[in-house]
Structure formats: C-alpha cells, structure tokens
Design a protein around this ligand. Structure first.
Ligand SMILES: [Zn+2]
Length: 424
C-alpha cells in the first residue's frame, strides 16, 4: 500500500515539476520535414566535396535565414574554407650536401613551386621523439620549416605522404626522410595543387546581457556519400541518423531560440562539414573563436533511435570531464527526461566527435547522443534511412536538450572547464 501512495506522490511531484518546465515549441511535423530533406536520396549521402553536400549546405542556410537567426559565417551563413590536394611532387632538396629525391620528401604547401633555402626553420624528429608532437609543433609554426625525420619514423612519414590532403597552414612545411638534423638546405620542388572548398553553416543569436559568453549547438551534416550497392541495390548512404538527426536538432533549436528571444548568453548554431573524413569542419570552426569565451558546447550526434534506457533518454560523452552533465540533469529533474553518462567509455567517444577540438582547449564541450554504439545495426550502412528513425522520440530528445540547457542559456549556471593538464 505504501508503495502505491508513494508512487502517487511521486507522480504528483513530477507533474507539478512538468508544469514548470519551460515551454519548448519543437514540432514533430517540422522535425520530420527537415530530417526528410537532409536524408533524401537527392542529397546523395552528403559526402564532402560533392554536389550533394552543397545542396545540403544551401538547405541549412536557407532554413537558418528563415528562422531569423543572424549569419555568423564569412560568407553570410557559410563559413567557407579550403583544403588542398597535392600530388606529383618533383625536384629535390639538398640537405647538408646530399641530394634528397622527391620520393623521400613530403611537402605540405599550397604552392605549386617551392624553393627551399637557408631562411627555413629546422626541426629534427629523432628516433626517440614522438612524431605527432613534433609534427604539431611544425604545423603550428609561422615560419617555413624543414623537418628532418629519422628512419625510425618511416611508417609515420609514409602515412603523411599518403594523406596528400590538408587544410591551409600559415607556413610551408617540407619533411625529409632519412637524414640527420639539417644544417644547410637548398632546392626547388614542384607539385600539382588542387583547391577544394568546404563549408560549415553557421548562425547566431546575440545574448541580451552576456554577449561575450557563447553557448554552441552543433552537429555534422556531412556523411559518406555513395558507395557499393547493397543486396537491395541501394548505394546511397543517407546518414539519416548519422548525422542528419543532429543537424535537424540544431535547426529546430535555431527556430526555437529565435522565437523565444530570451537568451542572456549568445547562442551559436553550427552545422559542420567533413566530420567523416577527419573532423576538418569543427577544427576550422573552433579556430574562429576564443575558447575562453565559450561557456558550453552541445554537440548532437545520432539521436534518431532509442537509447539503451529506452525513450526520452540520452547520454552525454565525457560526463566526468566537467560538471555540465550535472547541470543538464538538474534542469531535467521532473520533466520525464533523463540524461546518463556515456555507457561506452572504452570507445573514447568524447574525443571522437566534433566536440573534441574545443574540449582539448578546456571548453566544456560534450556530445549528446542516443546511439547504441555497440549494436546500432544501421550505423555507417546504406540502411541508415529516414524510415529507421523514431521521429516522435527524436522530437522529445530535441525538447529535452533545450530544457537541459535552460540555466546555461539564461546565464545562471556555468559549467566547469575540462582539465587539459592530463592531455598528451
Ligand atoms: Zn556522426
């Protein structure tokens, strides 16, 4: 008997709390409309550098405009940047008097002709060094740099060579394999360079009282494109869940907050390109902001299926890395929605999505998802289609994200920063 009374009490409490939960106008028909367009065959799987992804970008920009949020890109709602694909390197470089052929050189440069001379800075990657750390140092330098690589790192050198596609750097980098630290260098290299356009789609609503404090809602809109046909003859990877679902959420939240007009903090809405091919969209986006001004990032990935815990629940990656998850949970008390810590810590999801760049800089940047990563059967297949999504639940999840963010948008809660001292 007591149990029954108790559960009635709980019911009363939760419906009272439900009445206080902020009203969120996230409409199921709209979720369906947007999701259907993004996941349609017409978008050809939204692969980076294809006409399909351009269509998707234009659709998202048009919806952002319609919602009333302001443009926040370098070309209206588009945040345009470039990658460079290089090939056919020829010529040679003389290092300490020895001629090194192009086959043992990697040039990371947007120049078709590159003369290497004494003005270059010199970095040596010795057998005991960590290749990636030294590589990063070279890539972040502003001066042209020649990097001599010990043969112990031949494998890494070759993978750099195979990549042959990169975003623009401030300097020219020339990697030379199999030589000791350079004293004297000279030579000329030639290569083919193809410029490729990428576009994030970005909009914002300025904060009423805390303009300099930014809250980000983001998702990636690119996917895998067209591949081999499956048994049913379907060759299009529609990516309805991955991540048209998250992109739909970002667009719905743009509509929601534009109508609300009560955000004290500035809100930025971002649809990222090129996640599936290396996270280039979010990396470029992240560099456009001072991380110290970003109070929170809600990255949204695959919310179109039911989570481990059933309907009306989702998980937060890197839950223990900041107290943002606790704040979200607190805002959801009594609403019927629950957020949980990421149940797949061994998969390292926190560092595998578009939140990672900002998280590494200390920003409380987390990904919210419902995807059962250990058993999501349509993940990265041609069957990730609109029909496999639970649109009703997805609508509720988008609502829950808005409710969970309430005190952060208002400026009354500020999540703790991610500890970056542990990072290698
Ligand atoms: Zn994804």
């Amino acid at each position: 008997m007591r149990n029954v009374v108790l559960s009635f009490c709980l019911l009363a409490v939760s419906s009272a709390a439900l009445a206080q939960a902020p009203k969120v106008n996230i409409n199921r028909a709209e979720v369906e409309r947007i999701e259907k367009v993004l996941a349609s065959d017409d978008m050809q799987g939204r692969r980076t550098f294809t006409p399909g992804i351009d269509k998707a970008a234009e659709f998202i920009a048009a919806e952002f405009k319609k919602s009333g949020i302001k443009p926040a890109g370098n070309e209206e709602y588009f945040q345009t940047f470039y990658m460079y694909k290089t090939g056919n390197l020829s010529g040679s470089v003389k290092v300490n008097g020895t001629e090194i052929p192009a086959a043992k050189i990697v040039a990371i440069s947007t120049k078709k002709e590159l003369s290497v001379d004494g003005s270059y800075d010199k970095i040596h990657i010795g057998a005991q060094d960590t290749f990636f750390t030294k590589y990063q140092r070279a890539a972040q330098a502003t001066k042209n740099t020649i990097v001599t690589v010990d043969p112990a790192h031949e494998r890494m050198f070759n993978s750099l060579r195979r990549r042959n596609s990169f975003t623009e750097l401030a300097n020219n980098l020339v990697f030379v394999l199999n030589v000791d630290a350079a004293n004297e260098v000279s030579g000329t290299l030639k290569q083919e360079v193809e410029q490729q356009r990428l576009r994030n789609v970005v909009g914002m609503i300025p904060g009423k009282s805390k303009k300099d404090e930014i809250v980000i809602f983001s998702a990636h809109y690119d996917h895998l494109g067209i591949g081999k046909p499956n048994e049913a003859g379907d060759s299009i990877y529609n990516g309805a869940n991955d991540d048209a679902a998250g992109t739909t959420a970002v667009m719905m939240l743009a509509y929601h907050y534009a109508k609300q007009k009560d955000n004290e903090r500035t809100i930025v809405f971002a649809a990222f390109t090129a996640e599936e091919v290396g996270g280039y969209g979010s990396q470029y986006f992240s560099k456009q902001y001072d991380p110290a001004k970003i109070v929170a990032m809600f990255n949204i990935e695959m919310i179109g299926t039911e989570s481990n815990w059933g309907k009306n629940s989702a998980y937060i990656t890197g839950y223990e890395k900041s107290n943002m998850g606790e704040i979200l949970k607190k805002n959801l008390v009594g609403t019927g929605f629950t957020f949980h810590p990421d149940p797949y810590p061994q998969m390292n999801l926190f560092y595998r999505s578009d939140n990672a760049t900002l998280a590494r800089l200390g920003v409380p940047a987390h990904t919210i998802s419902t995807s059962k990563m250990d058993q999501e059967k349509y993940y990265h297949t041609q069957e990730d289609e609109f029909e496999t999504l639970d649109i009703a639940n997805m609508t509720e999840i988008i609502k829950s994200i808005a409710i969970s963010a309430t005190s952060i948008i208002k400026g009354t809660d500020t999540p703790s920063r991610v500890d970056t001292t542990q990072l290698r």
